[in-house]
Structures are given as C-alpha cells and as structure tokens.
Ligand binder design. Structure first.
Ligand SMILES: O=c1ccn([C@@H]2O[C@H](COP(=O)(O)OP(=O)(O)O[C@H]3O[C@H](CO)[C@@H](O)[C@H](O)[C@H]3O)[C@@H](O)[C@H]2O)c(=O)[nH]1
Ligand SMILES: [Mn+2]
Length: 758
C-alpha cells in the first residue's frame, strides 16, 4: 500500500485548449489586424464617420487582445479531501463571515439559509465559527438567526446523517422527494417530513415577525434595539450559540454583530463590515483562515471547506495561495438566461485563464482567506515574522489600541495557534473593536483588512494582495462550492452592473491602479493586463454608443463609415463580426447550452449593446462625476428575492410566460437605449419615405449602413416591445417623451452639422 503521506492533497493542471478554438482566435486576431491597418491607411480618403469607426474598432481590438492574453494559458486544480482527512488529523480552524445590510432588500430567510448551510458543512464543528454582520442593525435579523440556531439543532445532524448535498434547507426541500436515495428506509420519510415541517415552521415564524404580527419583545435579547436608528447606533453583539464543550459533532459558534454606526463617520459599506468582523473574530476565535460570503450565497457542496483546505495545505510554498476563490455561480437562472447573467462563458474561459497567471481575482464572496495575508503580510515579510521580530508598538499603530487584538494579530503573524477563548468573556473587547472610531489612525482599510476606496472593495482588496507578490487559487467544484442569487428583474440587474462598473473604474483611475502595482510592486505583467481588461469594462460603453448612433447619422446625412458593397474591404468588416459570433457560439454549444441562451448573451451579456448603453454608460458617467468632485458614489444594495419552500415566486417557477420578460421603471437608465432606438427608427423611416435632410450629401450611404441600422434595432428589440407593453412591461411615458426629445434633437443636429466627408 502506498504511504498515505505521499498522496497529494491537490494538483494544478493545464487545461487543453481545442484546435478549433485556437484556430478561431488566430483568425479573429488576423482579421482585426488587417481591418485596422486598412482603415488607418485609408483614413485620409474618407470622412469623420470613418475615423470614428476606426477608433471604435481599435478599442474592440484592444479589448480582444487583452481577453486573449488573459485566457491564453488556462489552469484548473484538483483536490483530494480524503487524503486530507487521513494526513491532517488536526484540521485548521475557520471563521466564516456572512454579510447582510437590509432586512427588506435582503429578506432574513435568505440570510438564514446561508447561515444554516455553513453551520452544516462537513468539517469538525469545534473548528468553525460563523459571524453574521448586520449593517441594517435589525432585530428581525437577530430574531431570525436565533430561531435558525434552534432549527440547526435538528437540521445539521439530519444533513450529516444522510449525507445531504444541498445544505440550504430551502433548496433541499424545493427539490421535493426526487432527492431521496432509492433505497431509503420508511423511517427516512418520517424524519424528512418532520424536518420539513420544522423548516416551514421556521419560515412561518420569520414571516410573522416580518409582517409584525409578532411584536418583538424589546427586552432581553432585543433590548439593545430599542429606540435605535439604522445609521446611528452603538455596537450590538450577541453570541447566539457557543459550542462550549468544543464538540466536533456539535454546532459551530454563531455570533451576531452590528458594528457601531454614527452619522458623519464613513462606514465604508461592505469593506467596513468585513473589517469589523475580522477584528471581532480576531478577539473571539482568531482562526488562521476566514471565509466570506454574501447573505444570499449558500454552500452548495457539503465538503467545500475540506476542498479549500486541500488547496491551502496542498502546496509546498504558501505563496501559492493567499486566498482560495470559488467562481460566482447563481442557482436561479431563468430559462435561457434572458438577462445574460450566465457565468457559463467565464467558467470556461475567464476563471481558468486567470488561474493560469497569478490566480483568480477576489470576487467578494465564496472566498477563503489566510488571515495573515488580510493582516497585510507580504511574501518577503513571512520569514521575519516567523523569526519573531515583532514589535508590539508597531502592531498597535497598524491594528489599533486593543491589546487583545494586537496580541491575537501577533499570534497570527507568528503562526502560533491561539488557544480557544470563552466567547462571552470576549464580547466586551469585541464591542470595542467594532466601534466606528476604532480604525482612526490605524492601517485598517489601507494596508490591513479589506481596502477602502472603491465600491467594488473585493477587486481592490484582491489586487492589493496580488501586488504584494501573493498568488491565489481557483476552486472549481462540481457541485460548486457556493451558489448565489442573480437579480431577476431588469432594473435591479442594471443598477447592480452600474455599481460594479463605477467601482471598477474608480480603481483604474486611482493610485491603486494595477499599472502602478506592476511598476512599483509585484503584480505580474500579464496579471496587470488581466486586471486592466476587467477594470476598463465600462469604457466600452463609449464606442458602443458611437457605433449605435453612427449608422443613423450616416443614413440621415448620406455619409458612410463602411466600404461599399462590391469593395473587397467590406468582407473584412463582415468577417470580424461573424467570426466573433461564431467564437461565443462555439463555447455555448460546447457547454451544452441553447442557441437562445447564446442569443440572450449577445443581447444582454457583459459587452452587449443594451448593457453598454445603460449600466456601463451610467457607471462611467458616475465615475467622471466623482473624479470631478461633483457627486459621491454610494453602494446601492441589490434586492434579493424572497424564498421559502412553501412560497413560490410568480416570475420564477409559476407563471413562466412572464419570466424573463423585460421590465422597466422611471429610471433615467432607460433613456439612452430608447433614444438610440428612436434615432435609428427615424433614420430608417426617412430613408424609406425618401425624406432628405437639408445637409444631406449626394448619395453615398451604402447598404452596409442600412443593415447596421436594422441590426441596432434588432439588438434593442426588447425596447420595441417595451414601447407597446403595459404596466411594468412597458417603457414609462416620461421616458418615451424624454427619449423622443433627445432623438429629435439628434436628428436635427445631423441636419445642421454634417461633418466633412473629406
Ligand atoms: O453597506 C453595506 C452594503 C452591502 N453589504 C453586503 O455586501 C454584499 C453584497 O451586496 P449586493 O447588494 O448583493 O451586491 P452584489 O453586486 O450582488 O455583490 C457583488 O459585488 C460586490 C462588490 O460590488 C461584492 O462585495 C460582492 O461580494 C459581490 O457578490 C451583501 O451581502 C450585502 O449585505 C454590507 O454588508 N454593507
Ligand atoms: Mn449579491
């Protein structure tokens, strides 16, 4: 028999890329190159629209090249949890963080399911602690968690006994009896029914509390919440459950934390919440590893922690893994993914791609961290610290003036395991480190913890870790480690993307830009390009906006931006367009997805016309406003759908006809696409009716421009339907009027200024 100590915990392997994929990539790259050279050489023979088209194509080509560089050498990891269990009898401790911020936008039952799934993972319970950060400081959330911890006492043993895979009860019970093992004894059904009833009971209690039919008794557990405002309150910390006997088969600790908030004290949104939890857990359990998930992202692989530990412990050099990131995956896709939320493509290309460079980006959720890396350790400091050259005064400057926290950080940096504390006796100190003034004059948010300065704190924090020379590790499992919910309505989804774009551009145009990290620090050059590729995402809105107005402009003014039919150069334009389509189609079909899903991705995906002229454009504008000092950026929380095994959401499971239909609201975000649609419809109508603007030149618009204009209308088809839709399915009248005015203005301007053709 092989010596068990020689068996690997994990392996890193190259992914073989198919010849067809490589061939397509080479063809597209060559086409782009020829096209740009051709446009450049003939610039002087053509007019302004030609120049504009050339600039747009250059941006698309730049984007394409960065994309290829990012995805050129894909890698994946393989893990062996059984070997871990054999070789590491004393597994490392893990602190698990869940963040929630608003009991209305993030229904407590959602958070409860996430917490239950974490409490039930296959890992020794005395090595786990779960901390919930509640930025909403809501008694409802605390109440729900207290009730959930009671239910956990039957749920966790049930899951472990029957080796249930999906440990978020809503998910498990919604699958119904189909998940029963075929040889399940009759007792199982009885037990199942009992647990299900208990879960429904829990849902009901939470629902009643939400509906206020059960007034929360503002004494005892809830006294702290009396007369309290969400944005002006002291710290509230409750140890909901303590695994006092440290039983490996018991329940992990569960702690509720609402950090102190005061007006005029910036709280830094989620980054601030994570830093407060890092300190609170530091004085309570001080585990060397931390996991953080959003409130709607539950563990869907019961062995996820074991897999993550295989990745942390499985490599010879620690620098191989500052953090272990599971890709963001959603569970609630609508059929054929009408909003292009799909992660099918990134899972095949992006995630393995970055894993082959310096490692995956930190995506904010589903991520395991080494605490010492979060504490600011660089690769080269490692040895110093281990040799014990730690200066308590220097640590106080960085970590603040809680001696308990400083000594716990000292242990982490020196790699000493902290002895278990009695949680209740640590509450006082925890309250102190969660106060809003604690970070004043310390390194929190700058060098230590989650980094402040962008509302996509995740990407920034990961970037700073990579810049210190660390690598990170991708954890892609089947079933996935964690799954979360995707926005299921248009306005919510557009706002979320807008916020991402704003946050990403904030990083690109700041001193934290990856360019400086490559020049002055240890960010690898290709990794820098990969970061730039992501961070500049929003800027594509400008060429897309130009490109969707250009055909209409050309038609109205009788100018052109494409070669004429019959000119061989036109073939290049058409070929770039078509091969890029084929390229994504190839991935979709290879992943077994439908053509409709692919089309939806074209229409709504990350660089699609609709997304570019809405979220991406507004995100870019809000960053410009911020840079000019005109307005501040705020974190608008994404609304999560309510779920419960017994309550079915209409747009989700029931009324399929309306699922995925585009909905609109009064938001200005719908104005640009509606305007573009009107502009193109007007241009096409004028051409059909033979109406000419006074400035029109002599017959130069070709078939190409007309086809492009029709194409733009097809891309915006959901808006055409929105013009005739009723209620939330229709574009509001005010938006239609505003867009109509803007379109009129644009067309009139085309009539006045037709830019020189030569
Ligand atoms: O002041 C705040 C605001 C938000 N959150 C939490 O942050 C998480 C993410 O918020 P959500 O509205 O769901 O944003 P998403 O766009 O869905 O989140 C993605 O993008 C964020 C960065 O923009 C990352 O932080 C997330 O991990 C990532 O999933 C949620 O758990 C919130 O409760 C807070 O704790 N405090
Ligand atoms: Mn979210």
């Amino acid at each position: 028999m092989a010596d068990s100590h020689s068996l690997p915990l994990s392996e890193k392997n190259c992914v073989k890329v198919s010849t067809l994929q490589r061939a397509l990539e080479i063809v597209i790259s060559s086409l782009f190159f020829c096209l740009l050279v051709y446009c450049l050489l003939s610039l002087t023979d053509h007019g302004f629209p030609w120049l504009l088209a050339f600039l747009c194509e250059s941006w698309f080509a730049f984007n394409w090249v960065l994309n290829l560089i990012t995805e050129w050498t894909p890698m994946v990891y393989k893990t062996y949890p059984d070997n871990l269990l054999q070789q590491v009898p004393d597994l490392p401790a893990l602190d698990m963080f869940v963040s929630t911020a608003d009991p209305v936008l993030e229904p407590p039952i959602v958070t409860v399911n996430t917490v239950l799934s974490l409490l039930a993972v296959d890992y020794p319970a005395h090595k786990l602690a779960c901390y919930v950060s509640d930025d909403g400081c809501s008694p409802l959330t605390l109440f729900s968690l207290i009730e959930a911890s009671k239910f956990a006492r039957i749920w966790v043993p049930f899951c472990k006994k029957h080796d249930i895979q999906d440990r978020a009860p809503f998910r498990y019970f919604s699958a119904g009896e189909s998940t029963f093992p075929c040889d399940s004894p009759p007792e199982f059904l009885l037990e199942w029914t009992k647990v299900k009833d208990e879960y429904e009971n829990l849902c009901q209690k939470i629902e009643d509390a939400v509906q206020h039919s059960v007034p929360l008794d503002i004494s005892g557990d809830y006294a702290a919440f009396a007369h309290l405002e969400t944005n002006n309150h002291p710290t509230v910390i409750k140890v909901i459950w303590e695994n006092k006997e440290r039983l490996s088969i018991g329940l992990p600790h569960l702690v509720y934390v609402a950090r102190e908030k005061r007006p005029n004290h910036p709280h830094h949104y989620k980054a601030g919440a994570m830093n407060a939890l890092t300190r609170v857990s530091g004085v309570m359990t001080n585990a060397p590893f931390m996991l953080n998930v959003d409130c709607d992202m539950y563990a869907s692989n019961s062995k996820i922690v074991l897999h993550a530990m295989c990745l942390f412990l499985g490599f010879k050099h620690e620098r191989e893994g500052a953090f272990v990131q599971c890709p963001q995956i959603n569970y609630d896709y609508l059929k054929d993914d009408p909003f292009g939320n799909s992660v099918a493509l990134p899972l095949k290309t992006f995630w393995p791609g970055v894993a082959g460079i310096q490692g995956p980006l930190y995506a904010g959720t589903g991520c395991f961290h080494r605490r010492k890396v979060i504490y600011g350790l660089s690769q080269n400091d490692c040895t110093d610290h281990i040799q014990g050259h730690l200066d308590v005064e220097a640590l106080k400057d960085q970590f603040g003036n809680s001696m308990e926290l400083v000594s716990s950080a000292n242990k982490i940096l020196a790699e000493k395991i902290d002895d278990p504390h009695d949680l209740s006796s640590a509450v006082e100190e925890a309250r102190k480190v969660a106060s809003c003034g604690y970070e004043h004059n310390t390194s929190w948010g700058k060098k230590v913890g989650w980094i402040y300065g962008s509302i996509t704190e995740d990407l920034l924090t990961g970037l700073k870790i990579h810049a210190r020379g660390w690598k990170s590790i991708l954890c892609m499992l089947d079933p996935p480690g964690f799954v979360g919910s995707a926005p299921t309505s248009m306005p919510v989804m557009l706002t979320q993307r807008k916020r991402w774009i704003t946050g990403l551009l904030e990083i690109l145009f700041s001193k934290n830009s990856p360019i400086f990290s490559t020049l002055n620090a240890k960010l690898e050059f290709r990794m820098c390009l990969a970061y730039i590729w992501i961070l500049k995402w929003g800027l594509i809105s400008i060429p897309v906006l130009c490109y969707s107005l250009l055909p209409a402009y050309c038609i109205s003014t009788n100018s052109y931006f494409l070669p004429k039919v019959g000119e061989p150069a036109l073939i290049m334009f058409v070929a770039v367009f078509l091969t890029k389509f084929l390229y994504t189609l190839y991935f979709y079909l290879e992943s077994g997805l439908s053509i409709t899903a692919w089309w939806n991705y074209q229409r709504m995906g990350p660089r699609s016309t609709i997304l570019s002229t809405t979220s991406l454009l507004f995100g870019t504008i809000s960053v410009v406003l911020k840079l000019l000092g005109i307005s501040e950026v705020v974190f608008e929380i994404t609304k999560k759908d309510q779920y419960c095994s017994s309550i079915d959401d209409d747009d989700h499971n029931g009324n399929a006809a309306n699922a995925g239909k585009f909905t609109f609201d009064e938001s200005p975000i719908f104005v640009p696409p509606t305007t573009i649609l009107f502009v193109n419809l007007t241009a096409l109508a004028m051409r059909l009716l033979g109406v000419k603007l006074p400035s029109a030149l002599q017959g130069t618009t070709g078939l190409g421009e007309l086809v492009c204009s029709v194409w733009v209308v097809i891309c915006f088809w959901p808006f055409v339907r929105g013009l005739f839709g009723k209620g939330k399915y229709g574009i509001p009248l005010s938006t239609v009027l505003k867009s109509g005015m803007l379109a009129l203005l644009f067309t009139l301007c085309c009539g006045k200024i037709s830019l020189p053709l030569r």
